[in-house]
Design a protein around this ligand. Structure first.
Ligand code: DNO
Ligand code: MN
Length: 363
């Protein structure tokens, strides 16, 4: 397991790169060019700039999250070919810069969705929260405004520039079904996976978050069966998954441990975090500790250990604790605690193996 930490870029993150390096075992950043719009080709000098910044702090840039997919690709519009072409050029450039994994998602319009970015947890901490009934009856336009008004920094995929086109986007998705989305995803994979393979980059799709349709928009990356179908759409080690335990864990029907075993060789990137799911379908992002949420983090780390996981991992989101002022979900403290919990679980298995006289796991 190779530990990484998400970085939103110079001036766009409250956590200095040097602090990330001080977290035990963190070897690289997970990064993106957040100001480059989906569909645009990434400029090489900007890629190299991030590489230099990271390397200066002793960190690598092996994992990119995300190169966002233009809506026209998800919609299957004729204009998609231009954007796919740009995507390929970006893959080539990232390959030249030494990138090994690209995370992306295929969610219509929205990226991850929450109704409250600072839900009080009762102990002074706050966390990202999803209130089912508020989404079920919500007017998405009003909700987006409310959520963004309550936050100094917006969630990725929720940038105001992007959301001002919301009406048009909703119109474009009228009549777009899950089948259309599958077909458009297949087309995209057929175009980009050969380019990724040639450049030594493993593509890793992120599950939909939450893993069910929202605002009447279809969502397909939701669980084990669909991931099986996805991996068959293009059967190659370069077509893989970002297995996000928090996103998938919002649906208690998802057996994440079974997915780790079934998809073992197709998981280049793991997001490991916990959520507490309530009976009414609400969920809140908790600490990583198994007992604090509904996701069996200890079992998940054991499963990764059992498959001999050598891919990249990150703690994904964290709570906001110790009065930290940070981007929602992306503070230093709770994510660093999460990492130490993950290492604790991981190393406990290594020690068990060692005491059984087995060879030390390759970490
Ligand atoms: C949620 C997060 C997401 C993720 C993007 C990937 O679990 O990890 O923000 O970064 O959806 O494209
Ligand atoms: Mn995730």
């Amino acid at each position: 397991m190779r530990m990484t930490f998400r970085w939103f870029g110079e001036g766009n993150d409250t956590v200095p790169l040097g602090y990330m390096k001080q977290i035990p075992g963190v070897e690289g950043i997970v990064w993106s060019l957040h100001d480059v719009a989906a569909g645009e080709e990434w400029p090489m000098e900007r890629i190299l700039e991030v590489k230099a910044q990271a390397e200066q702090a002793g960190l690598h840039i092996d994992v990119v999250e995300s190169v966002n997919v233009h809506e026209d690709i998800k919609l299957g519009l004729p204009s998609r070919d231009v954007y796919i072409d740009n995507y390929k050029k970006t893959i080539e450039k990232l390959g030249k810069a030494g990138v090994k994994v690209i995370c992306y998602n295929f969610m219509p319009i929205f990226d991850w969705l929450r109704t409250d970015l600072h839900k009080e947890m009762g102990d002074g901490a706050t966390a990202l929260f999803y209130e089912n009934s508020r989404i079920a009856d919500a007017d998405p336009f009003q909700l987006v405004e409310e959520i963004n008004a309550n936050s100094a920094l917006t969630m990725p995929g929720w940038e105001p520039e992007r959301l001002q086109h919301l009406t048009k986007l909703f119109e474009a998705y009228q009549g777009v079904t899950e089948d259309h989305l599958w077909e458009n995803l297949r087309y995209f994979l057929q175009e980009i996976i050969p380019v990724a393979a040639k450049n030594g980059i493993r593509m890793a799709i992120h599950p939909d978050d939450p893993p069910w349709p929202v605002f009447g928009l279809p969502r397909i990356m939701t669980g084990q069966e669909n991931f099986r179908k996805f991996l068959k759409l293009y059967d190659s080690p370069y077509n893989g998954i970002t297995l996000c335990s928090g996103s998938l864990g919002a649906n208690p029907g998802n057996d994440i441990i079974a997915m780790i075993h079934e998809f073992a060789d197709r998981i280049p990137f793991a997001h490991i975090r916990n959520v507490r799911v309530f009976d009414n379908g609400d969920f809140i992002e908790t600490s990583h500790r198994t007992q604090d949420g509904s996701v069996d983090i200890a079992g998940i780390v054991r499963a990764y250990h059992e498959i001999g996981f050598t891919g990249y991992a990150r703690p994904d989101h964290g709570r906001h604790i110790w009065d930290e002022q940070c981007r929602p979900g992306y503070g230093l403290y709770d994510r660093a605690l999460g990492i130490m919990y993950l290492w604790g679980l991981w190393d406990a298995h290594r020690d068990t193996e060692a005491s059984r006289g087995k060879k030390e796991a390759n970490v």
